[in-house]
Write a protein that binds this ligand. Structure first.
Ligand code: ADP
Length: 164
């Protein structure tokens, strides 16, 4: 069984993340969504909320595509988490040159730390390439409609959290 790890902040999960999951599903049998705890970064949604939203958004996709899906929170090194869950592949999405520079450096460091784990980059799809969780949060906070950027459970959770 081939296991992949998809690490990130997922604050919150967007349709960009869903697109990466859909495409990663063709390459593995089991996908572990690893949500970074980020104690210092102060996420908008709590660890528990991000896990719940990722499950609600991604479990139906995994079911449809016939892969196993797990969602977990992690602390520490991504490569250590990959080893713990038995993943041999780490998936990351690439949207633009900013992602590329950062991700190449990260992949290089991770390869030095754990050469047996391969980082696989999936190029963002044209329809979702513009979506960034940080912009989704900003637009929602200013009362904008984010329903075309996020799965429905996330849209509802944003509305609930930002309700006066
Ligand atoms: P991080 O803080 O690790 O960047 P994110 O949740 O923002 O966490 O992103 C997780 C991964 O998903 C990253 O590899 C990022 O490039 C990718 N990603 C985010 N949004 C998109 C998108 N719209 N299309 C493709 N990949 C994306």
């Amino acid at each position: 069984m081939r296991v992949g790890l998809y690490p990130g902040s997922f604050d919150p999960v967007t349709l960009g993340h869903v697109d990466i999951v859909r495409r990663a599903a063709h390459l593995i049998d089991r996908l572990v969504i690893a949500i970074g705890a980020h104690h210092s970064k102060g996420p908008f949604f709590s660890d528990e909320e991000r896990v719940t939203l990722a499950r609600e958004a991604l479990e139906p996709v995994a079911g449809e595509l016939g892969i196993d899906l797990d969602v977990m929170v992690y602390d520490g090194l991504t490569v250590d988490t990959a080893k713990t869950v038995g993943a041999t592949v780490v998936f990351r999405g690439l949207r633009d040159a900013g992602d590329f520079d950062y991700e190449m450096q990260m992949a290089g460091m991770n390869a030095a730390l754990a050469p047996e784990i391969e980082t696989v980059f999936l190029a963002a799809s044209p329809g979702t390439r513009h979506i960034a969780a940080s912009l989704v949060r900003q637009i929602a906070a200013m009362g904008g409609d984010v329903s075309t950027f996020v799965p429905e459970p996330v849209n509802l959770a944003l509305a609930r959290k930002l309700a006066p």
